[in-house]
Design a binder for this molecule. Sequence first.
Ligand code: PMP
Length: 304
Amino acid sequence: MDGRFVLWNKAQIHVLTHALHYGGSVYEGMRTYPVVVTAASGAKKKKEVAGIYRLDDHIQRFVNSQKAIAMKPPYSKTELKKVCVELLKKNKIVDGYIRPIAFYGYDRLGIFWGGVPVKVAIAAFPWGAYLPNEMKLKISPFQRLSSKAVKIEAKVGSYYVNSNFATEHAKNVSPQADEALLLDDNGYIAEPACANIFFVRGKTLYTPKRGAILPGFTRDSIIELAGYFGLKVIEKRIKPTEISKFDECFTTGTATEVMSVVKINGKKIGNGKMGDVTTVLKDGYSDLVHGRLPKFKKWVTLVQ
Ligand code: PMP
């Protein structure tokens, strides 16, 4: 935190922190997975080490997000990446989550963030996530933030108020859903509250094109992986009325990985079960992040 390693309970801030009041924070969520390394990959003997998934990309987006909210990034990408690795080593975390955050700190009250000091922290904790495999979505009455209102490709903390309004509605509405699906300002499908979305018809994947979404690294990984498995991917605008034409649907995100969507607005997608293409990609993604697919090893930073 701000250039020093501090104990979990000591990582504290002032109640008048600017970002707490006006939302000027940006963050990342990264996963680290156990990766088996063998003599062939340079290790003396076979062992399991932490592999940070797409560290370079997350740190690049973290710095881009800082610039998007007018911050002068206080730390270089090299410094930030070094800290992530050190943090895992110090805490002996192999299967876990890394959360870098940059925010406007304690200075004065007044909404303009110009001149307010920038604080940076990175937290890490063990996380062998268990998540359900199948989920139900509800199209939200809350519109996804417009790219005319915010810089949509930055990962800004306050944007998640939009995600929370939508999620709260989805969880309380009848029939209840696990997650909200937000439309963009033209009524096309944008994304769930904290993930991207894919639809499948035959051997082709369809996913909303950029413009009203956070283009996630899991989305990008799935696009690459689909190519690897000989599947076609089309990025386009998708209307909610097209949903009934698809055989399968799934969401992608760092935390939730690949999750099958079996119902939208109470209507079954395909036969209402996780489909074959989703299963192939879900298993393939698991192999990929655990460093088991040689073609994608470039995305896994080993902590040794
Ligand atoms: N959209 C939103 C709004 C998100 O919060 C996330 C999670 N970061 C994603 C998409 C998926 O991004 P990624 O695959 O990089 O985690």
